[in-house]
Design a protein around this ligand. Structure first.
Ligand code: HMG
Ligand code: MG
Length: 296
């Protein structure tokens, strides 16, 4: 079972209050100390589009040891910045719907896959042994185009697989999916994608994320994205709530006998610097319970 912690990227990218780099570093240090070993630390995107990620090049050299870090890269300019600081695990991102990619990256899905091709070629040449993840957002529902069929997702997945990415993360960007939809899409995906290459990225906007994890587990899926405290949302997906909270995922897995290697009490503390800075209480139910237990 692998959990990819996306809190420092997806968790923070939509926050309107600037979060100092040192607060992000403290957050990430706490995540590593809790036992998380794969962490998406930031995005090398345009700071005009996503100001909160504008400190990516400053943040990267301050990352602690003890985990593998990755970053979102939208184009060759982002790749150049990522490589300059030694980032060798990148995440490309597109979607199942043009309506979303046009808002998010100013390109159609097919245009974005052409950019993937360029970025992949440059990355493989300059970072041999590096790792490439590709996100397919709006895999169940698009905030602009509505419900998405599994076949529409597969068209995009097949094109991305041809490029030789190492992993595909399927995004329920606005947290709309039901368990039936997860079963249906997973069955179709597994005809082409191996279990070692597949991850799910559930947002918990409507409280369905854990149920959707349970549905995916039935098919043997063993890679899930989650965000500490349930922070998160996409600036270009109106109504997108927080990600599945890492605390909720860890509790659910451990209680079902699936070892994660993560210390829940430490994890519940990790997001404290960010929450304090934002002047907000915990969001994840399990985290609220953990923090209350510590006080008893
Ligand atoms: P554009 O405006 O079409 O780009 O944006 P452009 O190539 O025309 O360049 C415009 C300006 O941006 C230029 O600067 C470029 O240099 C600069 P100017 O000459 O005006 O001063 N620029 C950059 N600067 C820094 N880093 C770069 C970069 N590229 C161009 N990499 C672009 C196109 C893709 C850049 C823009 O749309 C963008 O940055 N979008 C990112 C949006 C984003 O990060 N969204 C959130 C992540 S996706 C998500 O959250 C979903 C996910 O969680 C999964 C799920 O939930 O489903 C992954
Ligand atoms: Mg997301």
């Amino acid at each position: 079972m692998t959990i990819l912690e996306v809190g420092p990227r997806d968790g923070l990218q939509n926050e309107p209050i600037p979060i100092p780099t040192e607060v992000k570093v403290e957050f990430i240090r706490g995540l590593v100390e809790s036992g998380l070993r794969e962490i998406e630390a930031t995005s090398f995107v345009s700071p005009k589009w996503v100001p909160q990620m504008g400190d990516a090049s400053d943040l990267w050299p301050q990352l602690p040891s003890g985990a593998q870090f990755s970053a979102l890269v939208p184009n060759l300019k982002g790749l150049e910045s990522a490589l300059q600081v030694g980032c060798d695990r990148i995440a490309l991102f597109t979607a199942a719907s043009d309506a979303f990619t046009l808002k998010n990256i100013n390109k159609t899905v097919l245009e974005s896959i052409e950019v993937f091709r360029e970025v992949m070629a440059a990355f493989r040449a300059q970072a041999p042994g590096g790792f490439v993840r590709a996100y397919v957002s709006t895999a169940f529902e698009c905030p602009y185009a509505g419900r998405i069929d599994p076949e529409q997702v597969m068209v995009v997945v097949e094109r991305i697989l041809e490029l030789g990415v190492d992993e595909i993360s399927i995004g329920d960007t606005i947290g709309a999916a039901s368990t039936n939809e997860v079963h249906a899409l997973t069955k179709v995906l597994l005809e082409e994608v191996s279990l070692d290459q597949l991850a799910y990225h559930f947002h918990d906007t409507r409280g369905g994320a854990i149920a959707n994890v349970a549905a995916a587990l039935e098919h043997g899926v063993h890679r899930f994205d989650a965000s500490a405290a349930g922070l998160g949302g996409c600036p270009y997906a109106p109504g997108a709530g927080g990600n599945l909270a890492t605390e909720d995922l860890v509790y659910f897995l451990e209680r079902n006998g699936v070892a994660t290697g993560i210390d829940l009490a430490k994890l519940a503390q990790a997001s404290r610097p960010v929450l304090q800075h934002l002047g907000r209480g915990p969001i994840s139910k399990v985290q609220i319970w953990e923090l209350a237990r510590e006080k008893r």
